[in-house]
Structures are given as structure tokens and as C-alpha cells.
Design a protein around this ligand. Sequence first.
Ligand code: SF4
Length: 285
Amino acid sequence: MTAVRTVTAKRILTRQKGGFLTQGTYPYTHTLSWAAGCGFGSIYCGKYCYAANFPNWLYNKQEGEKWGDAVILKENAPDLLAAELAKAKNRSEMRIFMSSVTDPYQPLERKYRLTRRCLDVFAQYDDLDLLIIQTRSPLVTDDAERIAAIPYAWLSMTLETDLGDLPYGPSANHVRQRMSAIKSCAEAGINVQITVSPCLPYSPDFADVLANSGAKRVVVDTFVDGDGSQGERTANSPFAEEAAYDWRSDDPARTLYDALAARGMEVGWSADGFAGISPRKQVLL
Ligand code: SF4
């Protein structure tokens, strides 16, 4: 059971002045995270989650609050978003990543609906360049109609593997549910990207599974290129203690990348792949 502490925040859009999301060809300008902490922190991905070491969590948590056990909710996030978008002078250049340090469809969203209320704010504007909704949760399908109605929104679903029996990966049921969410969102007209991030061991069918998923593009990433410290954060994580394979090797991820490219998929690598969605103006030219 995740403990919830609510706070009134002063800002919700965080300007990106450097870092992972600015390193690609088409950098993000802002991130949006309505929580510090993540309700998925106690499942497998919490064992290697880099956000557990970020200031957003470390400087805001209170004594005794542990990653995955407690989440700090910015309960006024939708109101702040409405105010910040209303006064933004350069909305057409805004490329927003929701969320970089939490999951916008973690279980708490069922109760608090902060992501849904933020989507309702975005829906009032048609002039932003990009909104990425980055999640690993099939709960996103609850909002498929809302997302489909926002012309600059993309769903970006994490799918690290198609195997459901890895001791340090998603369950078979969760893999199935995510695949189903990807398909149904693509069928609802949503632009869908899959992030194989970080790439875990996978079956020989994975490239075909991804190529036939309905997604428009795939990003492949590794622990070493993606953790922001060339693997050091991962090496110090509980995951590294448990994973009995060479997680530092990028060979499997490179093989998957090549297999996707050979199938005609748009595929990007690590930071360049994340920040690789073309500006809308460019697409329209
Ligand atoms: S869902 Fe994302 S932010 Fe949340 S614990 Fe897992 S990796 Fe971290």
C-alpha cells in the first residue's frame, strides 16, 4: 500500500536546460511530473529506477519515506498547468515529456486522476508541438479517447521485453496487458511509441512482436547508455545484485535495433531515440 502525502506545488512544468531528454535531434523543452516518488517503485523496475536518486525525490522525501512505499502528490498540478499554458508565449515550440521521474498511470491515478485532469487542460490547446505520455501501465487505456483528441499527443509505452518469466522483469500478464494497450491505443488513432528501455533479455520473436504492434516507432535503450552514468547507477542498484547476466553488454539491444530497422520500423537509440520525434511543423511541410 503506497502512502500518499499531498503538497501544493508552485510550478508544474520544468524547463529542460540539459540532460537526457535534450540530447537528441529534437529535444524536449519541458517535463511534467505530478508526483515525487512512484507507486511502481516497489515492483521490478523500482530496483533499477534512476529517479530514486534524483533531487526531486531525495530533497522532498521525509524521514522514513522509501522509494515505492510513499508518493508525494502535487495536488494542484492541473491548475498550475492551466495557468502556465495560458501565459506561455511559445506554446508552438513546447515539447513536454510526462513524466520523467514518475509514472503518470501508476495505481494512484485511479483515485486522483491528476493525469486525466492535465489531459483535459491540454485538450484546450491545439498549438503545442509535442506531449509524450510515458508509462508502463495499461491503465492509460482509460484515457484513450482523451489522448486521441489531443493532436500533438503521443503514448510512449515501456516494454523492456516480451518475456514474462524473468525474475527481474514484468510478469507475463503485464506483458500481455501492455501489448493489448498498445494495440487498442493505436487503433484509437493515437500515435504510439514503444520504449524498450532498458532492453532486457528477450525472445527471438520480439522484433516481429514490436513491428506488428501498431506502434509507429520504437526506442531501444540499454542500462549503460540510458542510466545517465554509463552504468554506474545500475551497478549500485538492487537489480545488479540479482541479475545473473551481462547487463553491461549492448549486443542484444543492438541486434534488436538492427532487426527492427530491417523490418522497416522507425527506430531510435537511447537519448537520440527518445528525443527523435519530428516537430509537427516539419511533418506538415
Ligand atoms: S515506473 Fe518508472 S519512475 Fe516508476 S519506479 Fe518504475 S522506472 Fe521508476
